[in-house]
Ligand binder design. Structure first.
Ligand code: HEC
Length: 138
């Protein structure tokens, strides 16, 4: 389980260069970037007792499994927030704020997320697709 967290961190390097996705719709592209490239679910989706992703709470935030590196970096977060459309984040940031955060790694107030949230610097089209997909989640 610890390795899946490390794997997720490794995948974020790939996410910054993923720019093409066939002819799929924006939503499909966002789903692909979230689930297969950046693997946001590794940290933002809770798991069932058997270790599978809990699809009934998809992207609704989770307590991270595994331990932080020792010593933990300053500001380490053991919990990740809900990213779905009904979350407090969406109310506060809106789709534009969300997309900008994924392009600049800065939230609408200019702050950065604490570790282990990766500092994504995605292209606008990738960030927009991810924001659109997350907004489609109940
Ligand atoms: C390696 C684990 C990990 C991965 C992968 C990850 N996140 Fe996070 N994310 C976190 C943690 C932990 C926080 C809480 C950090 C904080 O509150 O400062 C967080 C916070 C956030 C926030 C709120 C930031 C803020 O300033 O309040 C957003 C938005 C977010 N993540 C989106 C995403 C998206 C979209 C993806 C995939 C493209 C993703 N995250 C992938 C762990 C992760």
């Amino acid at each position: 389980m610890r390795s899946s967290l490390l794997m997720a961190i490794g995948f974020t390097a790939v996410a910054t260069t993923a720019t093409t996705f066939g002819q799929g719709s924006n939503l499909e592209r966002g789903k692909y970037l979230v689930e297969e490239v950046a693997r946001c679910q590794e940290c933002h989706a809770p798991r069932t007792e058997t270790g599978e992703f809990d699809r009934t709470h998809w992207m609704k935030g989770a307590t991270l499994i595994g331990v932080p590196p020792a010593p933990a970096p300053a500001g380490w977060h053991q919990k990740s927030p809900d990213l779905t459309s009904i979350s407090a984040l969406w109310t506060r940031w809106g789709q534009d704020g969300f997309s900008k955060f994924l392009q600049t790694a800065k939230n609408p107030r200019g702050g950065k997320a604490g570790p282990p949230m990766p500092a994504y610097m995605l292209k606008a089209e990738d960030a927009d697709a991810i924001a659109a997909y997350l907004k489609s989640l109940p």
